[in-house]
Write a protein of this length. Sequence first.
Length: 596
Amino acid sequence: MNMDSPYENWDPALTRLLTSLKEVQSGSEDVAFLSELLQSKQLHALVHVHNKIVAKGKDDKFYPLLSNAMQVTLEVFEVLGDKTKISKEYEELLSLLQKPHFQAILCTHDAVAQKDYYPHLPDIPPDTDDEEETVKIVQLVKSDEPLGGAQSAEPIVGATIKTDEETGKIVIARVMHGGAADRSGLIHAGDEVIEVNGISVENKTPADVLSILQNSEGTITFKLVPSFGKGGTRESKVRVRALFDYNSSEDPYIPCKEAGLDFKKGDILHIVSQDDAYWWQARREGDRVMRAGLIPSRALQEGRIIHERQTDPQTMDGKPALCSPSASSSDCAPKTPCSPTPTATALLPCKSIPKVKKIIYDITENDDFDRELIPTYEEVARLYPRPGLVRPIVLIGAPGVGRNELRRRLVATDPEKYITPIPYTSRPIKSSEQNGKDYVFVTREKMEQDITDGKFIEHGEYKGNLYGTAAESVETIINTGRVCVLSPHWQALKMLRTPRLRPYIVFIKPPSLERMVETRTAANARSTFDKESSRAFTEEEFTDIIRSSNRINFLYGYMFDEEVVNEDLASAVSQLLKAAWRVQSEPLWVPASWVQ
Ligand SMILES: Nc1ncnc2c1ncn2[C@@H]1O[C@H](COP(=O)(O)OP(=O)(O)OP(=O)(O)O)[C@@H](O)[C@H]1O
């Protein structure tokens, strides 16, 4: 190329394209546009970066070590949260990490690591020449992970195999996202395995193939017949909050136990693939492991819960109705799996295993039971803190557990910042009172009408007078940029948990009965069960607090952002202050609809 060329140091491929475009000389607008684009500095810079990545990535070492840098940042936040008072360096790091630009870089890194950039292209129809079969040879380095008697290829190369029901051939059942097979981008679900390390797998069982894999050292060479149209490795972006506990080792239906991902209620899961109707692939948000694991899909889990409710309506704690174990239910096993389907009827032939836990509530308290809710997964997204976004802090708990005491103490730490709305009442004003100070006084008719119109987030009646908190009072506080602190009755939760208010809900839990008696007696606590006289709690009332606390947690636990045990008042308040700090400074998971 001529040294005087304006394209000096430009990408040769782009330069060639530009030169040939000049030869077209059509004068059309499209060609002019394309020519301008090809000469743009930005495009050339991008191509330059791309070439560098490709050059570096040739040795297969250029892949991300983790795909959750943002999560790591949050962990750093947590560690630093306690230490900002100690050193200026900590404070500086914290402010750096909180910068939106820095967080944007980390988010971009994670998106790239999760391959969240592939365009969706239509499947290319196979060139159907029956005589000719395309074969691909793929070499993977065997992972160092212990095999531990595993019955699957998953711990070795990040894929599972099975015998195809129709053809009887060994096929790749599933490629686990982030595993060695997925990172290679060369092995896909449905690919037919012909040879492993030069050994033909014809007439072999998956177990035979696994033993070949287990006995091989170093690299493993697969000869595969590719399946067409199944090569997409794009990860989904969906994050969900798990509303139930899952233990794959107790699940006889999981197609491959070694590939299962265990989680606890409340864990945030990144659903990387929903390709299979019954078994999704997911990673636990915050885990540094790139390889995804199998979890029951929403449909499968709903089917299990419905089936469980039908067979035992009193057990409604969302525990999976697991069926009797079957050795055939495996990706790795040659027989047909006992496929659970999302419909309850299809699950009927299966026998329920004994339940680990059964919670039966007083029938009289079941009146408000949320029967429609099938607790599987709740789609969530991160809500990033920004100026003007102030989330109310809601203290929820059993009556008598200490919500109001904690609210008062939290507000007292900084009355300029934390505000409780002034309640409304229909009772007559006393001469010593000022309207709008302790209460907003309104007529009973007006208050009844407003309650009917849904203008109150909570209300109740005491001695023939109505009391309540108006939604408008909460919104006014939010609009002034201060933190609204509420301690409503737990039945107000559903009205409060809206995209408009976006509350941060803290569940106030009682300590053990023994510790509750000790702490309350020492503090001369007054029973809230007796409005007529001031007296101590009875032992029965303490038991009642624990019982109703379990029930509230059981019914609404999925809505709680955090739990605080109200044992020692000072440490409970300090936990609340930390929570308040997190709410104003950290991106937190909220229902996805709150972010759109
Ligand atoms: N951790 C604690 N240690 C000792 N006493 C406590 C503690 N928490 C609350 N108390 C006392 O227990 C009593 C009841 O607390 P509080 O009024 O806050 O309960 P509540 O949850 O608001 O109940 P209700 O909704 O029925 O009014 C009060 O006398 C309070 O000072």
